[in-house]
Design a protein. Structure first.
Lengths: 270, 312
C-alpha cells in the first residue's frame, strides 16, 4: 500500500521561477490497484511519480510504502520496493551492455552486487523464459547490446526489468509517449498483461485520454499540483476519452474566466 | 635488441596505467587527474618500503593499496562532497605531491643496492636462461636478466588483465560498467552510483599505483616528478588501443589497452632513438592524444563531404 500524506514540494523557492509543483498531496493506493494519472502540462503528474521514486525530497509531508516510511530514503534505496519505466526509452537500460547483462542487474535489484558471476546458466535460462513472454523474438539475442534495439524493444525490456522481482509499486512515467503508435499499443498490451498477471500495485502517468479511459481501476486527474478528481469503480469505468477532454476544457475555461475577471477588476479599481 | 626489450617491459608496466585510465576514463567517463599523483605514490611507497627492508612483493602490494586509498579519496570528494570530477582529481593529485615527498622524505630514492621484484624475476628466470649471462634470442644476444624481467612482467600483466576481465563479468563489475553507461538505470535497479564510482576510482588508482611501483623497481629509483603527465600517457594507450581494436567488447578493449600501451612505448623509443629531445616528450605525447581524439572526427566529416559531393 502506498500512502502519501500532505506532500508539498516547491521548486526554485524564493526566485521568480518559483513553482509550487505539488500542493498538499494526499493519496492512498491499495495493494493490487492500478491507478492512472492524467493532467495538463505542468500539472505535477510526473513530479508526483518522481516524488514517490525519490528523485527529490519533500518540503513537507510523508511517503509510506509497504509499511516502510520511505520519505527520506534515497532513490536507489527505494528501488528495492519500486520498479520504474521511464518516458525516455533510453533511460531504463544500459545501451552499451547486452540484454542478458541488463536483465542480470534487474534480477538482483535492491541487493548489493557481490563478487559472484553475473551471467550464470540459471540466469540465462530465466532470461530466455521471461523474454519469450514479450513475444518479440529477443530471447535468441541475449548477447546483443541493448543500444542497437528499437525504442519499443527497449521499453519492453525495461518493463520486464522493472517487474522481474514483483515490486511493491510499479511506476510508469508516460512510458509510451516517445514510441510510434504501433509500439505504444504493444507496450500497453504488455503492461496490462504483466500488471494483471502479477497483480502489481501500479501508478501510471499518461498523456493519452484513450489509455486513461481504458486502463486501470482508478483514475486521478491533476491540475496545478493538486488532485482535482479521483474516480474509481463504476464511476471510472463509465468515463470515455471525450468525457475526460471535456473536463479538462472545463478546467481551462474556469481558469480563463478567473484571469479575465481579474483583468476586469484591475481595470475598474486599480 | 636490448632497447627493444626495455621498451617492451616499460610498455607492459605502463599498460597497467593504461588499464587504470581505461577504467576511470572509458568505463566511468571520469577524467581522473589523480593518476599523476597515484603513479608517483605507488613508486614512493614501494621505494621507501624496499629501502627499509620489506620484501618486494609486500612493498608492491602496499603500493597498490596506497593507490586504492588515493582513488577512494577522489571518489569520496566527487560523490559525497559533490565536487566537480576534474577538480576532485586535481585536489587529490596536488595533495599527493606533498604526501609523496613526506613518504619518501626526499625528492628521490635510489634502489640500486636494494633487492626488487626485478631481482626476483631474474631468480625465477635463472633455471631457464642461466645467471648473469646472455641468451641468444632470434639471433640477438640479450641479457638474461632483461629477458627474465620482460617475461615476468608479461605474466604479471596478463594475470592482472585476466583478473580484471573476470571482475568486470561479476555482478559488481557489471553494475560498475552500467554506472558509466547509464547511471539513472543503475539507481532504478537499486544501486548507489556514488559508491560504484568511488570503488571504480579506487580500483583504477590501485592499478596505476601498481604500475608506478613496478616502474620504480624496474628503473631502480623513484622520483617525486615521475607521475607528471602520466594521465595523458595512459590516455594515449587507451585511445591507440581503441582505434586498433574496435567493437567495444570488454575483453577486446582490455587487449586493446595492452597493445596500445606497448605500441605507444615503442613509438616513443624509436623517436628517442632517432634524436627526439626527451624534453619534448610530453609535448609530443599531448599532440599524439590530440591527434587521436580529433583526427577520426575530421576524417569522418571529410569523407562524408566527399561522398556527399560525388552524389551531388
Amino acid at each position: 500500500m502506498l500512502e502519501i500524506n500532505g506532500y508539498h514540494k516547491t521548486f526554485h523557492a524564493g526566485t521568480p521561477n518559483e513553482v509550487k509543483a505539488l500542493k498538499q498531496i494526499r493519496l492512498t493506493i491499495q495493494n493490487g490497484s492500478f491507478v492512472v494519472v492524467i493532467g495538463t502540462n505542468g500539472s505535477g503528474k510526473s513530479t508526483l511519480l518522481n516524488a514517490v521514486a525519490g528523485a527529490f525530497l519533500p518540503d513537507r509531508g510523508t511517503v509510506l510504502l509497504d509499511g516502510h516510511n520511505i520519505t527520506n530514503w534515497s532513490e536507489h534505496r527505494r528501488a528495492k520496493l519500486v520498479g520504474r519505466v521511464f518516458q525516455n526509452p533510453f533511460s531504463g537500460t544500459a545501451p552499451g551492455m547486452t540484454i542478458a547483462e541488463n536483465l542480470a542487474m534487474a534480477a538482483r535489484r535492491g541487493r548489493f552486487p557481490g563478487i559472484s558471476w553475473a551471467l550464470g546458466p540459471h540466469l540465462l535460462d530465466a532470461c530466455r523464459d521471461r523474454i519469450r513472454t514479450l513475444r518479440m523474438g529477443l530471447e535468441d539475442r541475449l548477447d546483443t547490446a541493448i543500444g542497437g534495439l528499437s525504442g519499443g524493444q527497449r521499453q519492453a525490456l525495461t518493463l520486464l526489468m522493472a517487474t522481474w522481482q514483483s515490486p511493491a509499486l510499479l511506476l510508469l512515467d508516460e512510458h509510451t509517449a516517445a514510441l510510434d503508435p504501433r509500439s505504444a499499443e504493444r507496450i500497453i498490451e504488455l503492461t496490462n498483461e504483466i500488471v494483471t498477471r502479477h497483480r502489481l500495485t501500479t501508478l501510471m502517468v499518461t498523456h493519452s485520454m484513450h489509455q486513461a479511459a481504458n486502463l486501470g481501476d482508478r483514475l486521478i486527474m491533476m491540475h496545478k499540483g493538486e488532485v482535482v478528481r479521483d474516480s474509481s469503480g463504476a464511476d471510472k469505468q463509465r468515463q470515455r476519452p471525450d468525457d475526460l477532454l471535456a473536463y479538462f476544457d472545463q478546467l481551462r475555461r474556469r481558469e480563463m474566466l478567473d484571469e479575465s475577471a481579474a483583468e476586469m477588476l484591475r481595470e475598474q479599481y486599480v | 635488441m636490448n632497447l627493444l626489450l626495455g621498451s617492451l617491459t616499460i610498455g607492459l608496466i605502463l599498460s597497467l596505467l593504461g588499464l587504470g585510465v581505461y577504467i576511470s576514463f572509458k568505463i566511468f567517463s571520469f577524467a581522473d587527474m589523480t593518476a599523476d599523483g597515484s603513479l608517483t605514490l605507488g613508486g614512493a611507497v614501494a621505494a621507501i618500503l624496499l629501502v627499509s627492508g620489506v620484501s618486494p612483493l609486500i612493498a608492491t602490494l602496499a603500493a597498490t593499496g596506497a593507490g586504492l586509498l588515493a582513488g577512494l579519496v577522489t571518489g569520496l570528494l566527487h560523490t559525497r562532497c559533490r565536487i566537480h570530477a576534474l577538480l576532485s582529481g586535481i585536489l587529490t593529485m596536488t595533495a599527493l605531491y606533498s604526501v609523496n615527498l613526506r613518504v619518501m622524505g626526499k625528492s628521490n630514492i635510489s634502489l640500486m643496492s636494494t633487492a626488487t621484484l626485478a631481482d626476483s624475476a631474474e631468480q625465477l628466470g635463472t633455471p631457464f636462461f642461466g645467471k648473469g649471462g646472455t641468451v641468444l634470442l632470434l639471433g640477438w644476444q640479450v641479457a638474461s636478466r632483461d629477458l627474465s624481467v620482460l617475461l615476468a612482467t608479461l605474466l604479471l600483466v596478463l594475470l592482472v588483465s585476466l583478473l580484471l576481465y573476470l571482475f568486470f563479468r561479476t555482478n559488481l563489475g557489471t553494475v560498475m560498467r552500467a554506472t558509466g553507461d547509464n547511471p539513472q538505470m543503475v539507481r532504478a535497479q537499486g544501486t548507489d552510483t556514488g559508491l560504484m564510482i568511488t570503488l571504480g576510482l579506487a580500483l583504477s588508482n590501485g592499478l596505476i599505483a601498481l604500475s608506478g611501483a613496478l616502474l620504480t623497481q624496474y628503473q631502480g629509483f623513484s622520483d617525486v616528478q615521475m607521475g607528471i603527465g602520466m594521465l595523458v600517457w595512459g590516455l594515449a594507450s587507451v585511445i591507440i588501443g581503441e582505434s586498433l581494436v574496435r567493437g567495444g567488447r570488454l575483453g577486446l578493449a582490455i587487449c586493446g589497452v595492452l597493445i596500445g600501451s606497448l605500441l605507444f612505448r615503442l613509438l616513443v623509443a624509436i623517436a628517442l632513438r632517432f634524436g627526439l629531445n626527451p624534453n619534448d616528450l610530453k609535448l609530443i605525447t599531448a599532440l599524439c592524444v590530440f591527434g587521436a581524439l580529433v583526427l577520426p572526427g575530421w576524417l569522418g566529416s571529410v569523407t562524408a563531404r566527399m561522398k556527399g559531393g560525388s552524389h551531388a
